[in-house]
Design a protein around this ligand. Structure first.
Ligand code: ZN
Length: 244
């Protein structure tokens, strides 16, 4: 029997070089079920190509805050200047059909025995950030499955709830314990912010009750060059090189 392996990835942010490496790695690792946690677009130079690749996967996709904003016409509020430039650029590059597709994405989903969301299960449409144990506690209140995967902060983290919530050190592999609930940030494909520029995603193998973080180098120089060629702000090129 084919072993189910989920490949869970988030925050691609129009970084085609990073996305391609992640998709290739999933194939090499025998991932059977990819799942995208949103923010396909925004920030970097290839919104259209990234969206096409994700759509072609025909897999569950969750809506991110950049996906939501790019699909709308109103001014990007609650976005800083750099993010706003990425939103405006993505809007210009995407077709109306792409925008309708983004607008129709769900805020969270239950897949098998786990849940996926972009930001937090506590009012996902408010786009709260879960970076601390206190913030994780708020999301756990609404988590009805042992396991939930999320993105949004671009920082890979693991929170566990067993007699209270605590953040675990993040090993490359984690054996999940029965009776403990987990809230796991898969990190970002296209713009990590944990001072490691390489693309991040997670492989979850239910039969082995195990998750594994993958970190993958990609053609950073090319992604940066495309950002400059596109006329996007220089700090966007710098930050993907710093993982910040
Ligand atoms: Zn994001």
């Amino acid at each position: 029997m084919l072993k189910i392996k989920y490949g869970i990835f988030s925050d691609i942010h129009s970084n085609l070089e990073a996305l391609r490496v992640v998709l290739d790695d999933m194939v090499a690792q025998g991932v059977t079920h990819p799942i995208c946690l949103g923010d396909i677009v925004g920030y970097n130079a290839d919104p259209r190509a990234c969206l096409r690749l994700v759509r072609e996967l025909n897999c569950p996709v969750i809506k991110g805050n950049h996906d939501e904003m790019v699909a709308e016409t109103r001014e990007a509020r609650n976005f800083n200047a750099l993010a706003g430039e990425g939103i405006a650029f993505s809007r210009k590059r995407l077709s109306d059909d792409d925008k309708r597709w983004l607008a129709a994405l769900p805020m969270s989903l239950r897949v098998g025995q786990f849940t996926v969301v972009h930001s937090s299960l506590d009012e996902p449409a408010k786009w709260n950030y879960v970076s601390t144990e206190l913030e994780a506690e708020s999301s756990f209140i609404y988590q009805n499955t042992p396991l939930c995967f999320y993105g949004h902060t671009h920082v890979a983290r693991i929170f566990a709830k067993y007699n209270g919530v605590r953040e675990l050190p993040r090993p490359a592999r984690l054996e999940l314990q029965r009776g403990t609930r987990y809230l796991i940030n898969v990190g970002a494909v296209g713009q990590p912010r944990d001072h490691d520029w390489r693309a991040s995603y997670v492989i979850y193998t239910p039969a082995e009750n195990r998750i594994e973080y993958r970190r993958l180098a990609y053609d950073l120089a090319r992604a940066q060059e495309k950002i400059r060629q596109a006329g996007l702000p220089e700090p966007l090129a710098v930050r993907i090189g710093m993982g910040a």
